[in-house]
Design a protein around this ligand. Structure first.
Ligand code: C2E
Ligand code: MG
Ligand code: MG
Length: 716
């Protein structure tokens, strides 16, 4: 009898071919055991049962869910078999569902997976008394293994379906290899990243992707890690089907069966080209100059620190070069910034070519470059490099078919003698460079202790000068300029004075520093106001025709035509005529040939001011300048009258001046014989200690008073 029932179930199962296993078995069981309902259910975390298949009266019915609370099914899900042939309602009076459905007989047994974990329940419900409880239980027991196994397989398949869905959907490339390391499966992202279709790689080894960028040892280490740890992860370069190499982040994992035997290798990877490019960009920006592609200041500094460590260990030395292009600003202004940039790129290239493997060149800023030349022990070693570089940079540079000639000034400091740390070495090389500039550019200078002292003093003077300006510590001295023909004092030269406590700081020293540190305008402003103020007083005291000569540094002249100074306004504000002011400039301003500077010079001249060339003969002394520019006076440098062998030159200059209708002043006249010599040459003006040293306001007034009206007073 039971055999027929079992056979009926087995038959229907084989017809259903496992596809509709659960609906088929519940239907077959329901019929075989004459139950009202048979169902298979699984219980979730919230203690709710969900039927997977349910049969009512031998037909399939709609699945439903129910709470296990107060039900016999709760016990079944706790691995107890529950059997009530007629009394289930009294055993579970709170199970409303049983009552509503009119159920009296109940048989439920748990279903287990292969690990003997509960995986579901199978339940038969009867409206009447169950006649043969044992038979029903036996049939349930007989098929429970099959049902449990099928439930397990179903969840496994579900999981697999989920995993493969995930794997196919993810952006990471996935490849699965068998134990022979042959590819058995790849996902769509693999195809997208590598360019290979799945059918092109199945059965192949993953090394078909190898880029050739890694050595055999790299792969050996990779497989060793997999064997020892079961996985490997890292950056690797691979090659796409189109030949392009690319970096990827690869993780290789191993899969094992239940016996712990290796079954598969799974590789997950993603293309990190963009991340790498971003990384490289960040690295580049942090370490290199974007225009010249030389190292930047920070990288140079780090390299210098490393080199110090190395040189200390090896007891060796190296040189730091500080290079500044000589007239880069003029090139930038004259040719435009684009050309300036091209020039800097070319200079960087040339510098690079002179370097060896362990040297480094950097762009410090603007037109300043720094070099670290390794293995330098003596100045002689550095001279070879400096000469080579100097010559290389002097070669004409062509930018857009324009020939540009540049030169550079170099300062050199050598480790360890000239500094023990990077900051000091750079600073000392910079000081030496500054000196090379001061000595006429296009040359190299080594750092010396004297340079260091000078540099310190410069800084000290700069700081104190700022204070001096704020606290009105500057004053003026006036040196009379004597007209040899009329024997009168026609002009006075204003000379700035800085008495710093007991120390007299010579103007030649601090004017230069004021120029370098952009303080010259303030100094010049003071001198102009003070000269005008005192001249105004002198005019009011009766010296109506007196002219004041004011020295002007080239740096005080404007570099742009839209930035004109207000000197004429200042002069007017003291009620003075421009013709009572003479500006003394040096020849260098004419040599610069800067439009804005020259145009301002013309403005001064055309408004009535006089223009004198100071220290004539020491600079460019080109006759063509003097003819081209609006000059009134030549002041012959004092070195000429001092040196007997130059006396003829003085005579020549005086003659030239006369023929060009210029006034001539000979400076530095200290002796009577010199005065006589100049008188014989019919030189009009002289200035020098012979007549008077520069005088303060009070002494100047006394001096003028004493010589007032006396045509020959000054000579006696
Ligand atoms: P400078 O314009 O050629 O001024 C003449 C310098 O020669 C003055 O030196 C003066 O004291 C000195 N001197 C005059 N007669 C004799 C002499 O017979 N023998 C000798 N040995 N020296 C004589 P100081 O005052 O030291 O000025 C030096 C330079 O400083 C000036 O040369 C000028 O280039 C600059 N300087 C002075 N004051 C100013 C100023 O207010 N502004 C600017 N930009 N430069 C100034
Ligand atoms: Mg002067
Ligand atoms: Mg002079």
């Amino acid at each position: 009898m039971i055999d027929d029932k079992v056979n009926a179930i087995v038959r229907s199962l084989s017809e259903g071919r496992n596809k509709n296993f659960f609906p088929t078995i519940v239907k077959a069981m329901c019929r075989a055991i004459d139950a009202k309902y048979v169902f298979i259910a699984q219980v979730d975390d919230t203690n709710t049962a969900h039927t997977i298949a349910i049969s009512a009266n031998g037909e399939l019915a709609e699945n439903f869910s129910y709470s296990l609370e107060y039900t016999p099914c709760a016990e079944v899900s706790q691995n107890k078999t529950c059997i009530y042939n007629n009394t289930v309602q009294s055993a579970y009076p709170n199970d409303q569902l049983l009552i509503d459905m009119g159920i009296h007989g109940y048989i439920g047994i748990p279903l287990f997976d292969s690990m003997q974990e509960n995986i579901g329940i199978v339940v038969a419900l009867y409206e009447d008394v169950i006649e043969d409880v044992r038979m029903v239980e036996s049939i349930f027991m007989l098929f429970s293994g099959l049902m449990g196994g099928e439930l397990e397989r179903r969840s496994y398949v579900d999981q697999l379906m989920l995993s493969s869905k995930v794997i196919n959907g993810i952006g990471e490339g996935v490849l699965i290899c068998d134990i022979k390391r042959q590819i058995i499966s790849v996902n769509p992202s693999f195809e997208k990243i590598t360019g290979y279709r799945e059918d092109e790689v199945l059965g192949k080894k993953p090394n078909l992707l190898s880029s050739g960028k890694h050595c055999p040892e790299f792969y050996q280490a990779l497989w060793k890690s997999i064997e020892e740890n079961g996985w490997w992860s890292g950056e690797i370069w691979n090659r796409r089907k189109n030949g392009e190499t690319y970096p990827e982040w690869l993780t290789i994992d191993t899969l094992q069966n239940e016996h712990g035997e290796l079954t598969h290798y799974v590789g997950f990877f993603f293309d990190i080209t963009r991340r790498k490019a971003a990384e490289e960009k960040i690295h580049f920006q942090a370490n290199f100059d974007s225009l010249t592609h030389l190292a930047n200041r920070d990288k140079f500094f780090d390299f210098c620190c490393q080199s110090i460590h190395q040189a200390t260990r090896n007891k060796s030395g190296f040189a730091v070069f500080f290079i500044d292009l000589d007239i880069f600003k003029a090139i930038n202004d004259g040719f435009g910034h684009k050309t300036g940039d091209q020039l800097l790129i070319e200079v960087a290239q040339r510098i690079k070519h002179t370097l060896r493997e362990n040297d480094l060149a950097a762009r410090h800023s603007g037109d300043e470059f720094t070099l670290l030349i390794s293995e330098i022990h003596r100045q002689q070693d550095a001279i070879i490099v400096a000469e080579k570089l100097k010559n290389l940079l002097q070669e004409p540079i062509f930018v857009d078919e324009q020939q540009i000639n540049i030169t550079a000034s170099f300062g050199i400091a050598i480790y360890p003698n000239d500094g023990k740390d990077a900051d000091t070495l750079l600073n000392h090389a910079d000081q030496a460079m500054y000196q090379a500039k001061a000595q006429g550019r296009n040359r190299y200078m080594f750092f010396t202790r004297e340079l260091e002292r000078n540099a310190k003093r410069r800084i000290e003077i700069k700081q104190n000068l700022q204070t001096a300006l704020n606290q009105n510590q500057l004053s003026l001295a006036f040196q009379p300029i004597v007209n040899l023909r009329s024997k009168r004092i026609d002009k006075i030269e204003a000379l700035v004075r800085w008495q710093r406590g007991n120390e007299f700081v010579p103007p030649l020293e601090f004017i230069q520093i004021a120029e370098d540190f952009a303080l010259i305008d303030e100094v010049g402003n003071f001198v102009l106001h003070e000269s005008c103020r005192q001249l105004r007083q002198l005019h009011e005291s009766g010296y109506h025709d007196l002219i004041v000569c004011i020295n002007r540094s080239i740096k005080e002249f404007p570099l742009r035509t839209d930035a004109t100074p207000n000197w004429l306004d200042v002069i007017a504000s003291y009620g003075l005529l421009p013709s009572s002011i003479c500006f003394e400039i040096t020849e260098s301003i004419l040599a610069q040939d800067n439009d804005a500077q020259l145009s301002y010079l013309h403005t001064l001249k055309s408004s009535g001011c006089k223009i004198a060339i100071d220290d004539f003969g020491t600079g460019y002394s080109s006759l063509s300048y003097i003819q081209r520019f609006p000059i009134d006076v030549l002041k012959v440098d004092q070195s000429f009258i001092k040196n007997d062998s130059n006396k003829n030159l003085v005579a020549a200059i005086i003659a030239m001046g006369k023929s060009l209708n210029l006034d001539i002043v000979v400076e530095g006249v200290e002796q009577k014989e010199q005065v006589q010599y100049l008188e014989n040459l019919d030189c009009e003006f002289v200035q020098g200690y012979y007549f008077s040293r520069p005088l303060n306001e009070e002494n100047l007034l006394k001096f003028l008073e004493k010589n007032k009206g006396k045509r020959d007073a000054v000579l006696t």
